[in-house]
Design a protein around this ligand. Structure first.
Ligand code: ATP
Length: 137
C-alpha cells in the first residue's frame, strides 16, 4: 500500500458497511470532528451521531453513523458502529418518517414519551437526511 493510504473499514454488528483504501477520514468524535491520515499514532476514540467523510484516490464518500468506536492504527482505521449507512443506501422516506415521529413525541412531551430517546431518534433522522443529501454532490 502506498505511504499516503491506509485500510479503512466500517462495520456494524450486522454487516460490513465499507472496506477499502483511503487517503483521509473525518469522523464525528465526542469532542468534535477529527481527521485521520495515514501513519496516524494509534488511538481509540468514541464516535457519536454524525457524518463520516472518506477520501480515496478517486472519490469522496459519505456515511451516516449513530455512533460507536474508532480504532486508529498507522496503516488501518476501523469504525465499529451501532449503525452506519452509505449516503446512497439511506432510505429518505424512512428517515423523514422517523423525524416526524420524533418531533411528534417531543411535542407531546415527557408525560407520554421518553424525551431523551426521542431526541436521539430525531438526531439520527436529521443526520441521515443530511448525509443522504450528499448523494451526487
Ligand atoms: P427507524 O425508526 O426508522 O428504525 P432508527 O434511528 O431507530 O430509525 P436505528 O436503530 O438507528 O434506526 O437503525 C436500525 C437499522 O436500520 C440499522 O441497520 C440502520 O442502518 C437501519 N436504518 C435506519 N434508518 C435507516 C434509513 N433511513 N435508511 C437506511 N437504513 C436505515
Amino acid at each position: 500500500m502506498a505511504e499516503n493510504r491506509f485500510l479503512f473499514e466500517i462495520t456494524t454488528p450486522f454487516r460490513k458497511v465499507y472496506s477499502g483504501e483511503a487517503t483521509s477520514v473525518i469522523a464525528p468524535g465526542f469532542e468534535g470532528y477529527f481527521g485521520v491520515l495515514a501513519r496516524h499514532a494509534p488511538m481509540v476514540a468514541s464516535i457519536r451521531i454524525g457524518e463520516i467523510k472518506v477520501k480515496t484516490d478517486s472519490e469522496e464518500l459519505y456515511f451516516a453513523t449513530s455512533g460507536g468506536f474508532a480504532e486508529v492504527l498507522p496503516d488501518r482505521v476501523t469504525i465499529l458502529a451501532e449503525s452506519a449507512e452509505a449516503a446512497n443506501e439511506i432510505d429518505v422516506q424512512r428517515a423523514e418518517a422517523a423525524k416526524e415521529r420524533a418531533l411528534k413525541r417531543l411535542a407531546e412531551g415527557k408525560k407520554v414519551w421518553d424525551v431523551d430517546r426521542a431526541q436521539a431518534a430525531l438526531a439520527r433522522a436529521l443526520n441521515r437526511l443530511k448525509v443522504a443529501s450528499r448523494v451526487g454532490s
